[in-house]
Design a protein. Structure first.
Length: 250
């Protein structure tokens, strides 16, 4: 895609596991927990009355706000009668159903114009005056820029690199299901499609292996072998990548 967006240090996080919703305000150090049938009412309540300023140069681009993920099980919040959490498969990873971060420090890279926009959002409701908000916002923006400038990227010496993506390593033996079970699931999916019960299904098979690689380097490798304009990387417990090939040229 034309733009890449990098968010730094979320000001707030919302984590939902079934009906338990945890809100962590990293600016005040406050942590609260509550029960909610629909966790989305929590960010809606927090944002009530907020009106964001439009950035002319990036009017159609995401420039900050809530970023995170909704698991497949988050559909159970909308379909409470048909899909209750009590009937969900066993959770063997203890991951949140919803994890959102509020990012007010953002860098937007424009790969066409070769520009980088450094953005800090200010919440006026936390200041006594607009001038105080502006002054503090400029100070925070300068600190954000200085952190970026002080990053010492690794430097590679000049030379050539031979890429051989076929050398993947040892076979992946740790899997969430056997090959036969996966084939059976595919056959059952075809039957449901032919019966008109569904039109699309994604059958996932999870493989595991031990590695000492940095998670972000794994993400960068995925961008090379399987690029897409909507790839994401979240510094939480999971790595997100698309399963679709956009263009593949031999």
């Amino acid at each position: 895609g034309r733009y890449s967006v990098l968010g730094d240090r979320p000001a707030m996080e919302i984590i939902a596991k079934e009906k338990k919703v945890t809100v962590m305000d990293h600016e005040t150090g406050c942590r609260t927990e509550e029960n909610a049938d629909d966790p989305l009412v929590v960010p809606q309540r927090i944002m009530k009355g907020w009106v964001s300023l439009n950035i002319n140069e990036l009017s159609d681009i995401f420039c900050g706000g809530w970023v995170g993920y909704f698991s497949y099980d988050s559909l159970r919040y909308a379909e409470k009668k048909k899909l209750s959490f009590s009937s969900a498969p066993r959770d063997d990873r203890s991951l949140p159903d919803i994890h959102l971060g509020l990012y007010d420090d953002v860098i937007v890279f424009d790969h066409v114009e070769k520009r980088a926009y450094v953005i800090h959002w200010v919440r006026l409701d936390r200041y006594s005056s607009v001038q105080d908000a502006y002054s503090d916002g400029m100070n925070r923006l300068e600190l954000f820029v200085s952190r970026v400038h002080n990053i010492d990227p690794p430097r590679l010496s000049a030379g050539s690199v031979k890429l051989c993506t076929g050398l993947f390593g040892s076979l992946l033996k740790m899997s969430s299901m056997t090959g036969e079970a996966f084939k059976k699931a595919v056959s059952q999916a075809k039957e449901h499609i032919q019966a008109g019960e569904i039109f699309q299904i994604v059958i996932s098979q999870r493989f595991e292996r031990r590695t000492f690689a940095d998670p972000f380097e794994v993400y960068r490798a995925l961008r090379i072998v399987n690029p897409s304009p909507y790839m994401t990387y979240l510094q939480v417990c999971q790595l997100l990548s698309t399963i679709f090939f956009m263009v593949n040229v031999e």
